[in-house]
Design a protein around this ligand. Structure first.
Ligand code: SF4
Length: 354
C-alpha cells in the first residue's frame, strides 16, 4: 500500500513518469516548500520505461503551481465587458451543452470544432473523438501536435509510407553516433539528453554531432558542433551524403533491397562537393569531413531532431534529407540507429492517431 500516485509529467515530449504524494500522510513528516507551505511531493518513477526515475527541474517542481493562484472551479461571463463570476459545475456544463446544441441546430454540426493538444492522453483523445464524431456528427477534431510535427509526419510518410518514428528510447543507450540537428535537446528534452550524454560519456567511442547555428548547451556537450548558416541544413546533409558516397560508406545491399530511385538521389548529391557545401553552410571542410567520417565509420547512427527542423521552411525536405542518409547507409531498423524526430509534447503521436 502506498500513498503516492503514478502519473506523467505533461511539460515536454519526453513524458517522464512521476510519483506524487500529498503533503501530509499519517505517520510521516509534512512536505513543505522553502517558505514552509505544505506542498505535494514529486519524485521520478523508477519503473517508468522512458525516464527510469529521472526528472528534470521542470518535472521536479511540478507541484509548486498547485499551491499558487490556479483556477479550481468554473467561472463564466456573458460578455467580454463583464467580470468573471463563479458558477457550479452543473451550470457550467449546461451552458456549454446549450451553446453547442444551439450552434448545431442553427448552423449544422460542421460549425463546431474541438482543438486538443499533445498533452491529452490517448484515452482522452478517444473520448473527445467519440463526442465529436459519434455524438455530434462532425469530423472537426484535431490537435496541435499535427501542426507541431507535421513536417516530420510528411517526411516519414513520403519516405516510408508511414509516419511513426522507427526508433525508441533504448536506442539512446546503444548508438555509436548521435547526430542532433535543429534541436536543443539539453534544454528542451532534458531527460532524453541526460540519457544520451551519460551513454556518450561511458562509451568513449560514441560520438555526438550537433548541428545548430547557435552555441546551445547541447552544442557545448558535442564532440563536433557544426554552426551552419541558418537555412542550409539540406546543403549540409547532402554534403555529408556526397562524402559518404565518395568514400564508399554506402550499404549497397540495403539500397538494392529496401530503397527505390537511388540513382536519381546519387545524381543530386554529386553536386554537393565539400567546397560548395562548406561555402554555403559557412563551415570548415575539415568539420564537414569529420561529421561524414563519424557517420560512415559508426555501426549504429541515431539522428535526433525537433522543431529547428520540423518548424522551419522546407521542413519536410529536411526530414527526407536526414532519412536519406540513413537509407543510403542502412542505418535503420536495428538497435541504436534510425531517424528519430523528438516531439514537443508527450502524446503528439496519440493526437494524430486517435
Ligand atoms: S524532461 Fe520533460 S517530461 Fe521529463 S521531467 Fe523534464 S519537462 Fe517533464
Amino acid at each position: 500500500m502506498t500513498d503516492s500516485t503514478k502519473t506523467l509529467c505533461p511539460y515536454c515530449g519526453v513524458g517522464c513518469g512521476l510519483e506524487v504524494s500529498p503533503p501530509a500522510a499519517l505517520g510521516k513528516a509534512t512536505n513543505r516548500d522553502s517558505q514552509g507551505t505544505p506542498i505535494w511531493k514529486v519524485r521520478g518513477d523508477k519503473s517508468h520505461p522512458s525516464s527510469q526515475g529521472m526528472v528534470c527541474v521542470k518535472g521536479a517542481t511540478i507541484s509548486e503551481p498547485l499551491t499558487k493562484n490556479r483556477l479550481r472551479y468554473p467561472m463564466v461571463r456573458d460578455s467580454l465587458n463583464e467580470e468573471f463570476r463563479r458558477v457550479s459545475w452543473e451550470e457550467a456544463l449546461e451552458k456549454i451543452a446549450d451553446r453547442i446544441q444551439t450552434v448545431r441546430l442553427s448552423q449544422g454540426a460542421d460549425a463546431i470544432c474541438m482543438y486538443g493538444s499533445g498533452q491529452f492522453q490517448t484515452e482522452d483523445y478517444y473520448v473527445a473523438q467519440k463526442l465529436m464524431k459519434g455524438c455530434l456528427g462532425t469530423n472537426n477534431f484535431d490537435a496541435n501536435s499535427r501542426l507541431c510535427m507535421s513536417s516530420a509526419v510528411s517526411g516519414y510518410v513520403q519516405s516510408f509510407g508511414s509516419d511513426g518514428p522507427p526508433c525508441c528510447y533504448e536506442d539512446l543507450d546503444l548508438t555509436d553516433c548521435a547526430f542532433l540537428i535543429g534541436t536543443n535537446t539539453a534544454e528542451c528534452h532534458p531527460i532524453v539528453f541526460n540519457r544520451l550524454h551519460k551513454h556518450c560519456k561511458q562509451d568513449r567511442n560514441a560520438k555526438m554531432v550537433v548541428v545548430d547555428p547557435r552555441r546551445t548547451p547541447t552544442a557545448e556537450a558535442a564532440d563536433l558542433h557544426l554552426a551552419i548558416r541558418p537555412g542550409t541544413d539540406i546543403d549540409l546533409l547532402n554534403g555529408i551524403a556526397h562524402l559518404l558516397m565518395r568514400w564508399g560508406y554506402v550499404d549497397t545491399q540495403f539500397i538494392d533491397d529496401c530503397t527505390a530511385n537511388f540513382p536519381a538521389f546519387a545524381e543530386v548529391i554529386q553536386h554537393y562537393t565539400p567546397e560548395v557545401v562548406a561555402r554555403k553552410c559557412d563551415i570548415q571542410i575539415d568539420d564537414l569531413e569529420t561529421a561524414a567520417r563519424y557517420w560512415g565509420e559508426s555501426q549504429r547512427v541515431l539522428s535526433l531532431w525537433s522543431m529547428g527542423v520540423n518548424q522551419s521552411s522546407e521542413g519536410t525536405a529536411k526530414v527526407r534529407s536526414i532519412i536519406n542518409l540513413h537509407l543510403m547507409t542502412g542505418q535503420i531498423g536495428k538497435p541504436g540507429a534510425g531517424p528519430f524526430s523528438l516531439t514537443g509534447q508527450p502524446n503528439a503521436m496519440g493526437g494524430r492517431e486517435a
